[in-house]
Ligand binder design. Structure first.
Ligand SMILES: [Zn+2]
Length: 228
């Protein structure tokens, strides 16, 4: 019974992990055409900047602007000032650009602190992410850079794993597989016991002898453990 539960757990994790990664990669390579829901702008007091987020099912995009306290939005006539209130911490899966930008600049990579953008994919939680930013060249021009955005045989694979999201998705998406394994093996072993064969290896067993002569499975031991 314990061995069956452990195997069901392994099936749950393997199926859930595979499904979580497949769904996230599929979401990164498709466009649903759904109109994104805009959240923000918010001022993140811990990261000293403004962030706003676009949401569509299975995907999130966050723009973070370091050292900004106000932003302007395109509007007919003249740009409109948008007040970033209320204060709210950036989503947990995002990079802390308030630390990353100064670190990159200290190492000689000058990036535009107002153009960092992150994209995350996954369902029900986001679990894989990549980032885009603009890097300033010596001549003052900017070139677009991506981080953790891998391309494998034409398939975009976001390479930064957000572990809490991956754990959530693995647990949720693997549940049907784990439950199906548990129920399936229980039905098979009950049917074998009913047929008078060993529930593990199908060897015909004598009802008087509880230990299978073929594989050593101890039915009495399992019964007592089940009863306990
Ligand atoms: Zn057996």
């Amino acid at each position: 019974m314990l061995r069956r539960a452990v195997r069901a757990g392994l099936v749950h994790i393997a199926a859930g992990l595979g499904a979580a990664l497949l769904i996230a990669v599929a979401l990164a390579n498709t466009t649903t055409g759904a109109t994104p829901r805009l959240l923000g702008p918010f001022y993140d007091p811990d990261r000293l900047g403004i962030w706003l987020e676009e949401r569509t099912p299975g995907r999130r995009s966050v723009i973070f602007m370091l050292a900004r306290s106000r932003i302007y939005e395109d509007a007919p006539g003249a740009p409109r000032l948008v007040s970033p209130r209320p204060e709210r911490a950036s989503p947990a899966w995002t990079t802390d650009w308030s630390r990353a930008i100064p670190a990159m600049q200290a190492s000689g990579t000058m990036i535009d602190p107002t153009q960092t953008q992150e994209h995350a994919f996954g369902w029900p939680a986001v679990c894989l992410a990549s980032a885009d930013y603009l890097e300033e060249q010596a001549g003052g021009t900017f070139i677009a850079r991506s981080e953790h955005a891998h391309r494998i045989n034409g398939v975009v694979v976001p390479g930064r794993v957000w572990a809490p999201g991956l754990v959530i998705n693995t647990l949720v998406l693997g549940a049907p597989a784990g439950a199906a394994y548990l129920v399936g093996t229980l039905i098979i072993s009950m049917a074998r016991r009913h047929r008078g064969v060993c529930p593990l290896c199908c060897y015909p067993t004598d009802p008087e002898i509880t230990v299978c002569p073929e594989c050593g499975h101890d039915a009495a031991h399992e019964q007592s453990r089940l009863a306990a």
